[in-house]
Design a protein around this ligand. Sequence first.
Ligand code: FES
Length: 304
Amino acid sequence: MLSNRQIGPAFYKMRLAFDGPAAQAFAELRPGQFAQLDVSRAALPPAEKIPPELTEAANRSILLRRPFSFTDVNAEQGRTVLELLYCAVGPATLRMTTLKSGDALSAIGPLGKGFWVPPGKNKALLVSGGMGTAPMQHLAKSLAWEQKENGIEVIAFAGAKTSSDLPFEGKMDEISRQLGFSIREFAKYTVESMVATDDGSVGFRGTVTDCFSHWLKKNPPDPAATIIYSCGPEPMLAKVAEIARQRNIDCQVSLERRMACGIGVCQSCAVECRVGASEQTIYKMCCEDGPVFDAREVVFREGR
Ligand code: FES
C-alpha cells in the first residue's frame, strides 16, 4: 500500500500499488469492476478513535473479503496504482483506517463486468449517491480522457444527505451555474458536475434524482445519443432507472450486494433480473454478471 489518507469525517482515500503480473492484470481494470480485499489482519483503531455507534460492530471478526471499486487506475513502467475511496462504517473499513504505507494487502481482481459504452452515444450522464461516486470518477476519466476520440460529453451529478456526507476532498469550487457546484474530482477531467444535498447545505436542495430530473427538463438530451450511468443506494438507482425508462434513454446501474466469494461460486449475491420483455425473472450473480447491469433488466424491490 502506498498511502491511506483521511479526506473527511469518515472518508479515506487509499492508494494500492501492484507490481509484476498483478500490475498487468489490474492495469486492465475497467470502471465499475472491483477487487476483493482481505483486511482481516489489519488492527482496529484505538478504542477512543472508534465512534460510539460503531463499538459493537468494530469487534465483529472479519471472515470474508470485501468488494471495492476504484476511483482511479494508473499504469506506468510495470507498476499499477489503484485509488480506492472508502467510508469507515463497519468492522472491515474501520480496520482499513489503521493501514499505513508499506503494509501488504491481499487483493483478488479485477472482478465482474464494468460499465460499457453502447455505439452511437455522444453524451454520458453520471448520477451517483454517497459513496457511489467512486466508480463514477473512474468512468469520468475513462470517458473524458482515455476515450476522448469518441467525443462523448460527460456531465456528473452527485448527491448526499448533507455536505459532510459528500465524499469529496476539500471545499468544492463554486461556479456560477444555475444548479450547483463543480466538484474537483470531476473538474480535473474537464467534466462539469452538479451537487445536490437533501438539506441544501451545498448545491441543489433536494435529492440527486430531483436535481437530475430538473436538469433533464431544462436540457432534454437526444435519447438515442445519450447514456445514463448510475451508482449509489438501490432506491436511488430505481429512481434513476425509472427516469431513464420514461425518457427512453439507455441506462446502466452498478449494484451492491454482500459478496462472499466474488467469483460466482457461493451464490450469495443474487440479483433478480427480467428475461427480455417478459414477466419471467431469473437470478444473476452480481459479482460475475454485474455489478453493472442494464437498468431495464433489473427488478428493483422496495426495502433493499
Ligand atoms: Fe459468490 Fe457472487 S459473491 S457468487
